[in-house]
Ligand binder design. Structure first.
Ligand code: COA
Ligand code: AMP
Length: 634
């Protein structure tokens, strides 16, 4: 099948117009596009220009019209609240069109931004689809972020309305969202006209007069509205992701290219068609949730499983397998960290043994590098193909994968397999020259990127060009380093920038450093990602204290971890921090984070020729050893 994969890939690169016009035929268009690939503004490429489409219509209404009204569209499973129910396509259409009707009655229309700060409940998907129905641009903010992060996104997106809920529910208990929202609105400089608040029965949120509206009450008289056609090139959503600075990047996704790419990938990569059941065990706050909990499965008329729970502890490490069997999931998508958590709690796979997993064809993993041990454990215990695939918030759908729907290829542990059609992936050196097979370099993608990838950064085309297009003109910089073997299998090994990946969550070390420096005792801070058996990486902070600081180590640790939790959120999982006398730097003042990371993880490293004072590395090594990293003898 490698020949077929290569043939499809070659066609997509040599004849993108033919390839993607064919894929676009799977969607219903309100107005046909004039051009498939519009290169008139290169390097700002656009797909399907001139065309008009509505994403919500394609994800919901057309399936009802085609006779799928009684099929379950969203299967909600919440072991945390012991709730499960299905929402049919007809019910979904009714819910979404009324919510959109209410929003329209409040003045939300095409092009307006709407922030969604909600937990993993069906109403979050209704909210996204209601925006799509109106042509409004949603921006979902992950619930594990703190008020300050939400405020930053409110200021950037300038939403007309915010949709939120009283609480999320985590294994640790009920997490109140409303106080975080109120705090964020207090911090934000942008004025939000209305917040629509869903009160969950686990926690009641008080509403602010004149600003907050009760969701259920608003629905009572809400009118149903139809789908507003928008230009294929109009934005569907903005999703913020970590950049190398504290200011997150607002990835802009269009309507047309997005729908085409997702419908194509559901069939060709995930082998999911109308009527199949698909489950991506992620959160709607991340790109996986956008693409493969909400839009992708619904665009092809499948049933999507929306899961409010964790791989372990809700209540045990068998919950994934029982859920797959109960709802007849055909393809399942999770992060390697989730498999590692299950492996930790159920090393022999006892919770798998008695479950009939005959419905399950494939398990897909992404979000971070999948180490071969995790892959092999899952293969042995599940006896199913375990498919690593690689992509990013920016691309919105897989860049390298094994196309299980059309052209499966043999699995190589440690590799997300081959570049997917549409992506001309290359590995280059610092000068932009392609490196030989098996040589590590920067992973880049030759422009144009395929449909469905980021169109730009919200209100910041200059940052888009600078971040992604400036290092190698004509190429998109993925920010990942890795290599390609003789057969074209890609191996993604690390980031080339200051981004770390904690339990599949992408976080900026620069943002951590900004927060640490807010503490009055801290003169300077460096944060690195160190290896972690469960989460892949965790952040570790080293701070230089101001002269005269009298805080004990214990107090400092308590205050700094609390500060990061308050400013970035619990998702930061920031627990490791210590003071060092001095940070190692180059003579030009650049902190040697990469070298410190290697020391922490016991990797070999070359003493940087430009280091200002080699002794500083010894000081750091001593501190890292005391923290349980950097074995003293290495
Ligand atoms: N709302 C509020 N808080 C949230 C949250 C949300 N939506 N999601 C996470 N948090 C909180 C958690 O409660 C936890 O808080 P705590 O410090 O008070 O315990 C913190 O953020 C970290 O959560 P998490 O990253 O889930 O770590 P964990 O240690 O609780 O669980 C795993 C570890 C491996 C089980 C978990 O990280 C996991 O399931 N990972 C899968 C990752 C994934 O799906 N990634 C998406 C990319 S595909
Ligand atoms: P995010 O934008 O949060 O989805 O994070 C994207 C980043 O996660 C990528 O740039 C990679 O660094 C990493 N990543 C995601 N999937 C994989 C994978 N399968 N293998 C290696 N790294 C991955």
């Amino acid at each position: 099948m490698k020949a077929l994969h290569n043939q499809l890939h070659q066609q997509s690169i040599e004849q993108p117009d033919v390839f993607w016009a064919d894929a676009a035929a799977a969607l219903d268009w309100d107005k046909p596009f004039d051009k498939v690939l519009d290169a008139s503004q290169a390097p700002m490429y656009r797909w399907f220009s001139g065309g008009e489409i509505n994403t919500c219509y394609n994800a919901v209404d057309r399936h009802v019209e085609a006779g799928r009204g009684e099929q379950v569209a969203i299967q909600y499973v919440s072991p945390i609240t012991d709730t499960a129910y299905g929402i049919t396509y007809a019910e979904l259409q009714a819910q979404v069109s009324r919510l959109a009707g209410y929003m329209a009655s409040q003045g939300v229309s095409k092009g307006d931004r709407v922030i969604i700060y909600m937990p993993m409940i069906p109403e979050t998907a209704y909210a996204m689809l209601a925006c799509a129905r109106l042509g409004a641009i949603h921006s979902v903010v992950f619930g594990g972020f703190a008020a300050n992060e939400l405020a930053t996104r409110i200021n950037d997106a300038k939403p007309k309305m915010i949709l939120s809920a009283s609480c999320g529910i985590e294994p640790s208990g009920v997490v109140a969202y409303k106080p975080l929202l109120d705090d964020a609105l207090g911090q934000a400089t942008h004025h939000v006209e209305q917040c629509l608040i869903l009160n969950r029965h686990q926690l009641h949120a008080d509403l602010v007069d004149g600003r907050d509206v009760d969701w259920q009450a608003a629905m009572v008289d809400a009118p149903y509205v139809g789908c507003q056609p928008v230009a294929a090139t109009d934005p569907l959503y903005v999703l913020y992701t970590s950049g190398t600075t504290g200011q997150p990047k607002g990835v802009v996704r269009d309507n047309g290219g997005h729908a085409v790419a997702l419908a194509w990938s559901m069939k060709n990569i995930y082998d999911i068609n109308g009527g199949d059941v698909f489950w991506a065990a992620s959160d709607v706050g991340w790109v996986v949730g956008h693409s493969f909990i909400v839009y992708g499965p619904l665009l092809v008329g499948a049933t999507t499983l929306l899961f409010e729970g964790k791989p372990v502890g809700t209540p045990d490490p068998g919950i994934f397998w029982r859920t797959i069997a109960q709802y007849q999931v055909k393809s399942f998508f999770t992060a390697p960290t989730a498999i590692r958590a299950i492996k930790r709690d159920d090393p022999d796979g006892d919770f798998i043994k008695d479950v009939d997993l005959s419905c399950l064809q494939t398990v897909f993993l992404a979000g971070e590098r999948c180490d071969p041990d995790t892959l092999h454990w899952a293969e042995q215990k599940l006896n199913k193909p375990i498919i690593d695939h690689w992509w990013q918030t920016e691309t919105g759908w897989p860049v390298a994968a094994n196309m299980m729907g059309t052209a499966p290829v043999p699995v190589k542990a440690g590799s997300p397999a081959l570049a997917v059609p549409g992506y001309d992936v290359q590995v280059v050196d610092e000068m932009g020259e392609r490196v030989a097979a098996n040589q590590t370099g920067n992973v880049v993608i030759k422009l144009p990127l395929p449909p469905g990838t980021l169109a730009t950064l919200w209100q910041n085309e200059a940052r888009y060009k600078e971040s992604y297009l400036s290092m190698y003109p004509g190429f998109y910089l993925t920010g990942d380093a890795g290599y390609m073997d003789e057969e074209g299998y890609l191996y993604i090994m690390s980031r080339i920038d200051d981004i770390i990946n904690v339990a599949g969550h992408r976080l900026s070390t620069g943002r951590f450093e900004e927060v640490l420096c807010q503490h009055e005792a801290v003169a300077e801070a460096a944060v690195i990602g160190v290896d972690d058996k469960l989460k892949g990486q965790v952040p570790l902070g080293l701070v230089v204290l101001k002269k005269g600081c009298t805080l004990s180590d214990e107090q400092l640790h308590k205050e700094l971890t609390a500060l990061v939790r308050e400013q970035i959120g619990p998702v930061a999982a920031f627990r490791l921090v210590s003071a060092v006398p001095k940070l190692p730097k180059t003579r030009s003042g650049k902190i040697l984070r990469g070298t410190m990371r290697k020391i922490a993880d016991n990797q070999t490293f070359n003493m940087p020729a430009t280091i200002e004072d080699p002794y500083t590395l010894e000081l750091v090594r001593n501190v890292l050893t005391r923290m349980g990293y950097a074995d003293a003898h290495v």
